[in-house]
Ligand binder design. Structure first.
Ligand code: GLU
Length: 327
């Protein structure tokens, strides 16, 4: 009996030694990180999935396990990162700028000093769609209609407000504004329960496929006076939404004029350098594989991924960019 006990102790001791003696092969500890995204028919959700896939492939090497969460969007993600509820998130470049400056949704809270940029990803356009039945042909026709301007916590709500303001419209007085999450809007347009909806997303997206592929005909409505917004705000750029992405849309023109931003990947200064380094390294070293994970990344270059960032770059990311000469 005594012998057996001794043996058990010896085996256990040996096993512990073995674990300790094999660094790199077996990670004793796993670091769990969560990436905040957006609605499941947007592009942030698959983007979070693409980033997680890259780093999880090397789980044994890094000991990092990344998971993805569907959320209310950019503003929610930044706030959840700042409160420590999420480690990473996708956020519009305009929202990143506003959080750093302490303006718009951060006017009361002040500058988000711990917000850090990791890289930027695909371009997003601010779009307005309306059912053909609603009779809406221009942004002015929104008057008196039921229009989704977006949930509080989304990135696109402020884009909708800016687009309306540039055209002399007010969402609180000119129409019945809904504050729905993006994922709900296409179905409600199809059912005739809302007439129009704004959204800011990369293309192609499941959202617009769903909105334009049903029985109810839906068209994209151009947003005039985008040049005014581009002149006023440093984070907006003129843009076009290509109808080739959505063959079911009722538009006859090939492109619809609007303005846009970039989707960016952000984190907190409190997230350890080695975790951020590992994620950046895996995305950049497997860049060709990464860009194939979503059609919205078409044409993306490594250099592009360092543009449109207003928060300081996280030191873990910077370490990698310096190593490969990108910075
Ligand atoms: N840009 C949107 C937002 O922050 C989300 C788009 C997406 O999920 O792809 O509200």
């Amino acid at each position: 009996m005594k012998k057996l006990l001794m043996l058990t102790v010896a085996v256990l001791f040996g096993f512990t030694l073995m674990l300790g003696a094999a660094p790199g092969d077996v990670q004793a500890k796993t670091t769990f990180v969560t990436i905040g995204t957006g609605g499941i028919t947007g592009v942030y959700y698959p983007t979070g999935g693409a980033i997680a896939k890259m780093v999880n492939a090397k789980r044994k090497e890094y000991g990092i396990r990344a998971t993805v969460e569907s959320t209310g969007g950019s503003v929610f993600n930044i706030n959840a990162i700042m409160s420590g509820d999420l480690e990473f998130g996708v956020a519009q470049s305009d929202r990143q700028y506003q959080a750093v400056e302490g303006i718009a949704d951060w006017k009361d809270k002040g500058p988000q000093k711990d917000l850090r940029a990791v890289f930027s990803i695909h371009a997003e356009t601010v779009d307005l769609i309306a059912s053909v039945d609603s009779g809406i042909k221009s942004i002015q026709d929104l008057k008196g209609k039921r229009v989704n301007v977006g949930n509080v916590g989304s990135g696109y709500r402020q884009n909708a407000i800016d687009a309306l303001e540039a055209n002399g419209l007010n969402f609180e007085s000119d129409f019945h504004a809904e504050s729905l999450k993006a994922a709900e809007a296409p179905g409600l347009i199809q059912d005739g329960r809302i007439d129009a909806a704004f959204y800011t997303v990369g293309h192609p997206s499941g959202y617009y496929k769903e909105a334009t592929a049903g029985k109810t005909k839906v068209r994209f409505i151009s947003i005039p006076n985008a040049d005014k917004l581009v002149a006023k705000f440093p984070y907006y750029a003129s843009a076009k939404t290509l109808m080739s992405n959505y063959p079911g849309a009722a538009n006859e023109e090939e492109a619809v004029e609007t303005f846009g931003v970039k989707a960016t990947f952000v984190t907190s200064a409190k997230v350890p350098d080695d975790v951020v380094y590992a994620i950046v390294k895996e995305v950049f070293e497997n860049f060709d594989k990464f860009v194939k994970l979503h059609p919205a990344y078409k044409g993306l270059t490594k250099e592009d991924m360092l543009k449109g960032l207003s928060a300081p770059i996280h030191p873990g990311a910077m370490k990698y960019y310096k190593e490969v000469g990108l910075k």
